[in-house]
Design a protein around this ligand. Structure first.
Ligand SMILES: Nc1ncnc2c1ncn2[C@@H]1O[C@H](COP(=O)(O)OP(=O)(O)O)[C@@H](O)[C@H]1O
Ligand SMILES: O=c1ccn([C@H]2C[C@H](O)[C@@H](COP(=O)(O)O)O2)c(=O)[nH]1
Length: 286
């Protein structure tokens, strides 16, 4: 059972600027006995839905939505686009942004590059031991704010998620010895609290599967100032963490079914694949 001291919560909530996060935290705090709404461990799809997966997915969605939907309220779907750095996520979102009845939310990278005149993304790449916690705390907050923002269309397609921030990037910093144990513990307790007390609906994960080499070439071509220090080995580690999470499903719970799209191809072939998979991506989330 979840119990909170309202006075204590309000003191700390006043310091949080993201309004969506503040509202959700407040709502969660007012819900003594609120049920944890954590990841559900659903499995991977490669190209097609199996009947069992579809039934399980549908049952789970129906039972969750039954609690949340009011009469006349329409069902909404959230699709998260996941993949290594420079795998083509933004490009994919850009392509789908022309679809009607669909809203696109990119990763809030501009915020990570500029919070009140500071650049925590650059600081993290320069000195991960000192600044890893700072960046990832802000990533966690801004991603939560993205997840909780009011939907303006029946389908939302968003870049990455609060889950990959924790399971891929925080995990990488910690495992590589670049995040002190105490920093990892603080971030983990925050993450566990959030995912146990706040409903973060994700209906489908689209994994853009690339080789680290392809990402390295695209990253070099994109030439983002902060990322010039990234070596190929970093992308290899991030790749392996993604594969263990979404393909092998042996590291962390997967919060939704996964659709894998091979993404080493040139742009034209990628757009063709997106068209080919359009139904599965948009209808698969229903
Ligand atoms: N299929 C592709 N083939 C070649 N270059 C690509 C392809 N998709 C994206 N790019 C380029 O690679 C870079 C990274 O793509 P982007 O969509 O920003 O990746 P992400 O959002 O995953 O970091 C950009 O310069 C983009 O124009
Ligand atoms: O939790 C996170 C998420 C992202 N990053 C870094 C990785 C990249 O340098 C940028 C943005 O990633 P894209 O894949 O280009 O969208 O942010 C991180 O350090 N931690």
């Amino acid at each position: 059972m979840f119990v909170c001291s309202a006075a204590g919560c309000w003191t700390s909530l006043c310091r949080i600027s993201a309004p969506g996060v503040r509202a959700a935290l407040r709502a969660a705090c007012r819900r003594p006995g609120a049920e944890p709404a954590g990841p559900c461990g659903r499995s991977r799809l490669s190209g097609s839905w199996t009947q069992h997966q579809q039934q399980q997915h549908q049952q789970q969605r129906t039972s969750t939505r039954r609690k949340l939907l009011r009469p006349g309220e329409e069902k909404k779907s959230v699709i998260c686009i996941e993949g290594n750095i420079a795998s083509g996520k933004t490009t994919c979102l850009e392509y789908f942004s022309k679809t009607s009845n669909l809203e696109v939310l990119t990763e809030p990278v501009s915020k990570w590059r500029n919070i009140q005149g500071h650049n925590p993304l650059a600081l993290m790449y320069q000195d991960p031991v000192r600044w890893g916690l700072t960046l990832q705390t802000y990533v966690q907050l801004t991603m939560l704010d993205r997840h909780l923002s009011t939907m303006s269309a029946p389908v939302r397609m968003m870049e990455r998620s609060i889950y990959s921030a924790k399971y891929i990037f925080v995990e990488n910093l910690y495992r590589s010895g670049k995040m002190p144990e105490v920093d990892f513990a603080v971030l983990s307790e925050w993450f566990d609290w959030i995912t146990s007390n706040i409903d973060i609906p994700v209906d489908l994960i689209v994994y853009l599967q690339t080789t680290p080499q392809t990402c390295y070439e695209r990253l070099t071509q994109r030439c983002r100032e902060e990322e010039k220090v990234i070596p190929l080995e970093y992308l290899e580690t991030i790749h392996q963490l993604y594969e263990d999470w979404l393909i092998n499903q042996m590291s962390f719970k997967v919060p939704a079914p996964v659709l894998v799209i091979p993404a080493n191809h040139d742009l034209q072939k990628m757009l063709h694949q997106y068209e080919e998979h359009r139904g599965k991506i948009l209808m698969g989330s229903k």
